[in-house]
Design a protein around this ligand. Sequence first.
Ligand SMILES: *[C@@H]1O[C@H](CO)[C@@H](O)[C@H](O)[C@H]1NC(C)=O
Ligand SMILES: *[C@@H]1O[C@H](CO)[C@@H](O)[C@H](O)[C@H]1NC(C)=O
Length: 341
Amino acid sequence: MKKMKALQRRTHTFTYIVKWVAIIYILTYIVCLPFRETKERADETSYKLLQAYIESGLLGTPPIRHRSCSNGDVFLLIMVPSAVSNFEQRDAIRRTWGNVSTTKPTVLLKFVLGKSKDTVHQSLAKTENSIYNDILFEEILETYENLSQKSIALLRWASTNCERVRYLLKIDDDMFLNLPRLLNELKVHPKTNSISGCKVTGASPFRFAFSKWKISRSEYKNDYYPDYIAGTAYLISGDIISNLYRATRNVPYFIFEDVYITGLCRKHIGAVALENKGFNCGYRNRGPCGNNFRYQITGHHYTPREIKRMWRELQDRWSNCRLVDHYFIYKLVDLFKYMFL
Ligand SMILES: *[C@@H]1O[C@H](CO)[C@@H](O)[C@H](O)[C@H]1NC(C)=O
Ligand SMILES: *[C@@H]1O[C@H](CO)[C@@H](O)[C@H](O)[C@H]1NC(C)=O
């Protein structure tokens, strides 16, 4: 009898808690509704910013001296595939790790844009380029399936316009990069015949019928992918750029950009996939704080605002991480944003 009562009480407490959790969840959801940011709205803000810049003449800073790759004075070429509407990301990069105006040895930065369905954004990007002169426009519709095409295009550009460059870094526009650290490492440990970054070994294609990432046997017949380097950031040694580009004309097209370029095409030319511990490719696996990247090279998925702050913090060798940048706290905040915003 007593046991029954205790059990009843426990069930009661349990339903009580579930009820309140549900109520709090729904209330928070409703309160957060006006702050929800859709993808389109984010794009709009990004381009409103560009328009405001153009009007206020802020963009009118003199463009970086035009650098040419062909005479062999560029050490590192950084190519950043970016969506036409991601002006805010490009702006953050130009002000932080992508400001290569005084970097030694010489670094060249190029964004690789495709074709957007939005003609207004497309023409604004043209204006953006007339000022910065750092954008490469490719006739590729910006869809997920076309990502490998963008990488092929950037290899083509690098191999025809920059054939004597020592290194090519392909890096996404949501990445944090500790460029001084990378340059220093390349000076100490030069690389040839290789692609380096976060090495992925023994991955296999998804075969589930309902997966968004499903790869059928006709698309890829083997059970495993060759070793490849995660696509968020990888470094190609200059000696293989042309060969790698030529390989893309022989190796059948594959939808996953990193598996294709750094796995299949790399293997085709007999180059090596190298692990570099300084490349972090896990989703925000370090708090958005400059100090966390003092001995690291890349970090994956940070907002333009975070990148600017992290870069500032990185320049100040006495800076410390804020409390909110500690692992559990920012992970909790991220989870909250993911659920409600
Ligand atoms: C880049 O750095 C130079 C020199 O450090 C500075 O004068 C310039 O304003 C910077 N450019 C941007 C876009 O922040
Ligand atoms: C890009 O993707 C679209 C649809 O996914 C496709 O129609 C188009 O042919 C692809 N290629 C280029 C070069 O745009």
